[in-house]
Write a protein that binds this ligand. Structure first.
Ligand code: 5GP
Ligand code: MN
Length: 326
């Protein structure tokens, strides 16, 4: 995997004028926070910046500073010099944003997914980083790019959500040093955490209640899963963003090594979300078998088939991988 240094990226940022800052479909806090943070820094540098995500800004992250900058991409392409993909393991996970930046002469790919093949003219892919925002922070600081409290809040929200509130194994001393620097920029930790973790809509908990009704265990208690049908989603009136993080309830069970969540989509596919608690069980590798990717301990895929078919196929595969280790 090619690793470029920050200087080369910094040079491109200084030398061009029109940028599009993009992130993956079904964005999470890391994608949206990283996009806004880098866009705000570039804007302050005097650049023209578009901030596009196929899904637009999610309701639950709309409190992020300058959230209004992030919109859905336009249906016809616009002129940009440089496209920057953040937190996006494969280019087609940019969705409709990809077509909007056809004119880009230079592609920069900044990411922390192990499965990222290093697309683009410059790829800075660091799988040891717990969040793409940590790399964005490194870029901003090393290149002396503009930095302020709004940028800090976006980066903090991104790092906090991608590390499970600074709990996941890739959380390092460096991560906490960055967090300290972000706090010194003036952000209010208590308020931000309340906005992130104590402001869920009631329907999210009602969704969890329904998911728990479908909870199943396999391989003793080592594999736990639950699933969401389109029917249940419609009955509850939930948004796709409502289920982010609910899989953590399965992972948190003693004895569980792999947690899986299956969500029926409208396009005849099922979104599979997977978490592992053991470095010996690489869920990225499992998801890659189904056309997906991600990280060793957190990965996903979209698999064609009915909910029941995909559940069966995927749980079977997880079972085989676990058996080969026991
Ligand atoms: P989540 O389960 O939270 O949706 O995703 C976990 C991780 O796996 C994320 O880092 C995400 O980027 C990655 N991931 C999720 N779904 C897919 C997918 O369909 N394809 C690829 N390549 N990666 C995915
Ligand atoms: Mn991420």
């Amino acid at each position: 995997m090619t690793r470029f240094n920050f200087e080369e990226i910094g040079q491109i940022l200084r030398d061009h004028q029109r940028f599009a800052v993009l992130g993956h479909v079904r964005p999470d806090g890391d994608a949206l926070g990283s996009q806004l943070a880098l866009a705000l820094s570039l804007q302050q540098l005097g650049k023209e910046v578009r901030v596009w995500n196929e899904d637009g800004m999610l309701e639950k992250y709309s409190f992020l500073p300058r959230a209004e900058l992030l919109t859905k991409p336009p249906s016809s392409p616009e002129n940009v010099d440089v496209a920057i993909a953040l937190d996006t393991a494969i280019q087609n996970r940019l969705g409709t944003a990809l077509a909007a930046v056809r004119s880009a002469k230079i592609w920069i790919n900044i990411d922390h997914h192990l499965s990222n093949p290093g697309y683009g003219n410059i790829a800075y892919v660091d799988p040891s980083a717990p969040a793409t925002a940590e790399i964005v922070f490194g870029l901003i600081k090393s290149q002396g790019l503009p930095f302020n409290r709004d940028i800090a809040e976006n980066l903090y929200a991104a790092i906090s959500t991608d590390t499970g509130s600074f709990q996941y194994p890739k959380t390092s001393a460096h991560t906490l040093e960055i967090a300290a620097e972000l706090i010194r920029a003036g952000l209010d930790v208590g308020r931000l955490n309340q906005q992130l973790y104590e402001n869920y809509p009631r329907r999210r908990l009602e969704l969890l209640r329904e998911l728990l009704r479908t909870m199943r265990f396999r391989q003793g208690d080592s594999v736990a899963s639950f699933s969401l049908s389109l029917k249940t989603a419609a009955e509850l009136g939930v948004l796709p963003e409502d289920n982010e993080g609910l899989i953590d309830h399965l992972r948190a069970i003693r004895g569980v090594i792999v947690a899986a969540f299956f969500e029926e989509l409208t396009d005849g596919k099922v979104r599979v979300s997977m978490r592992s608690k053991s470095n010996f069980v690489d869920v990225c590798a499992i998801c890659q078998k189904f056309g997906g990717g991600g990280h060793t301990l957190a990965a996903g895929a979209r698999v064609r088939g009915t909910l029941a078919e995909v559940e069966e196929k995927v749980l079977e595969e997880i079972g085989e991988v676990l058996e080969s280790h026991s």
